[in-house]
Design a protein around this ligand. Structure first.
Ligand code: SF4
Length: 251
């Protein structure tokens, strides 16, 4: 039986109170591989990475855009967009995320998620709603707090990665290489850890220095060993798909 208008409006209000959205990119060709997507930027993140390029998204606030406004926009894009990507900040911070994803599917769009994996149990609960996930892997799991400033963050990220790999959902794991925080040895440890987890697609991306949350982490130049053909080839052998992206923005 189809939902009445008042039932739908009531649900929309509940999602709205549990989903803080600070912005919307109406069209992106890069945030969900192979799909044209809109990107919903959720407000708030529990971690504080020095290279974060979205410091304005880190504090949890009531947000700028309501969920009904976003649904109205998506309704006008049916047939023009393939997917909606929930990004941030950290989208899994939002208690209304699962319901928002369910409604997004109901409007006919695929659903993507960008996450750093701080809430593995929420990732588990979101699996039925996910078509694609991009997960940020910041460091060898034992050294995560040096980057995130959060105790226990590495174990949370490892558990999230395990859940995603086991789910069989299409995923891209990616690591931003900041030479102040990661050397060649650390990167090889990440590669070994992800390979042991069964990760199929890993992307190594160079950090950009502009606009970051903590200018003290800026170091010009990079460890040449990281980008040498021999080192990159050594990494490539560990994954079915391995890519390098230079000068990425990450958040
Ligand atoms: S880089 Fe990602 S996980 Fe780190 S503070 Fe920024 S939004 Fe949060």
């Amino acid at each position: 039986m189809s939902e009445s208008f008042s039932e739908r409006r009531g649900r929309g209000k509940k999602v709205d109170s549990e989903l803080s959205v600070s912005g919307l990119v109406p069209l992106s060709a890069v945030d969900f591989p192979g799909r044209l997507s809109a990107v919903v930027f959720c407000q708030g993140c529990p971690w504080r990475c020095g290279y974060c390029h979205n410091p304005h998204l880190l504090t949890r606030t009531s947000g700028q855009l309501s969920w009904p406004e976003i649904c109205a926009f998506l309704g006008r894009r049916q047939g023009l967009l393939d997917a909606v990507v929930f990004s941030g900040g950290e989208p899994t911070l939002q208690r209304g995320l699962g319901e928002a994803m369910r409604e997004t599917h109901g409007l006919g769009f695929s659903v993507g998620l960008h996450t750093a994996g701080p809430y593995p149990r929420r990732i588990q609960a979101l699996l039925p709603h996910l078509d694609w996930v991009g997960m940020d892997v910041k460091a060898p799991f034992s050294t995560y707090p040096l980057i995130t400033g959060a105790r226990g963050s590495g174990e949370r990220a490892r558990r999230s990665a395990q859940i995603l790999v086991a789910s069989g959902i299409e995923c891209e794991f990616r690591t931003t290489v900041d030479p102040a925080l990661l050397d060649a040895e650390s990167i090889m440890r990440i590669a070994d850890e992800l390979s042991a987890l069964g990760v199929k697609r890993w992307v190594l991306q160079e950090a950009r220095h502009e606009g970051r949350i903590n200018p003290a982490t800026v170091v010009m130049g990079t460890d040449p060993a990281i980008w040498s053909p021999e080192f990159v080839e050594n990494l490539r052998r560990r994954f079915p798909v391995f890519l390098v992206r230079r000068a990425a923005i990450f958040g």
